[in-house]
Design a protein around this ligand. Structure first.
Ligand SMILES: [Zn+2]
Ligand SMILES: [Zn+2]
Length: 269
């Protein structure tokens, strides 16, 4: 680990993808994540817990009723580390058609300073909703990308979190994967849009898929394509436990990103 740390001493230590126990599937309070970030010499810590929606229609996230407490907790850490570490309050959220007023309200009422677009599900042309990791075939991959690009164009999201989440599906690489990735890059290039290289995929380990063994994500084929563009890339820990804030896996992600030749940035906004 020490050797890895020597590799990029010039890179500012940041993490904008941090969860808390408010989402009900992560461990640790905002205070515990912030303390660990400080120990790991992180200079900017952004909290981005899973975004609640009015009426709590979706699972795997905080309840709408916890919104204020979450922001208050993050605010306490911002005060605690003033002058030592910048702390931002954000969310990782899905783009949902018709929720534009809600996103706007979150910013206007100061509930967040940024949002990451994490599209954990999407709808097809018939309105049928699919979990991103549970689609029937690769033909759905370009639809997933369409959804990402729609979210991007709203202007509410600062970056696309794990854009390659769709590769959780086990299908072999084919022309639809190619189409999806190219469409993503074309759409992002038009806006010079920021993409997140998500370290949490590494924590899920190598899986056996139709076309052999690989990580669910980051998917090498997509990132090799991104490396041939000048699109900005940010690394996110996507930590669901305080010890993952800026852990060895994050350092591995930096090493991999540098080897790929990605255009790394450390500022989200
Ligand atoms: Zn999560
Ligand atoms: Zn996340």
């Amino acid at each position: 680990m020490e050797m890895n740390e020597e590799m990029n001493p010039a890179i500012k230590r940041v993490n904008y993808h941090t969860h808390t126990n408010y989402c009900k599937h992560a461990a640790g309070t905002a205070a515990e994540y912030a303390a660990q970030a400080r120990r790991r010499k992180v200079e900017i810590l952004g909290f981005s817990d899973h975004l609640p929606f009015p009426g709590n229609p979706y699972g795997y996230r905080m309840d709408m009723e916890d919104l204020e407490a979450y922001c208050r907790d993050v605010g306490k850490e911002r005060e605690r580390y003033q002058g030592q570490m910048e702390v931002f309050c954000g969310f990782e959220g899905e783009y949902v058609e018709g929720q534009e007023d809600y996103y706007e309200w979150l910013y206007k009422e100061n509930f967040c300073q940024y949002m990451l677009l994490g599209q954990h599900w999407f709808a097809d042309g018939k309105g049928q909703v699919w979990q991103t990791g549970g689609v029937p075939s690769t033909e759905y991959y370009p639809l997933y990308v369409d959804w990402l690009l729609k979210g991007m164009r709203t202007g509410f999201f600062r970056a696309i979190a794990h854009p390659d989440l769709i590769f959780m599906n086990s299908y072999a690489w084919d022309k639809y994967c190619e189409i999806a990735c190219d469409r993503l890059l074309e759409g992002c290039t038009a806006h010079n849009y920021l993409l997140e290289f998500n370290a949490n995929g590494y924590r899920r380990g190598i899986c056996r898929f139709e076309d052999g063994e690989r990580f669910q994500y980051p998917h090498r084929k997509l990132w090799e394509k991104i490396a041939r563009t000048s699109l900005p890339v940010i690394i996110g820990s996507d930590c669901h436990h305080p010890k993952q804030v800026y852990d060895e896996t994050v350092l591995d992600a930096y090493r991999e990103a540098e080897e790929l030749g990605l255009c790394l940035v450390t500022e989200l906004f």
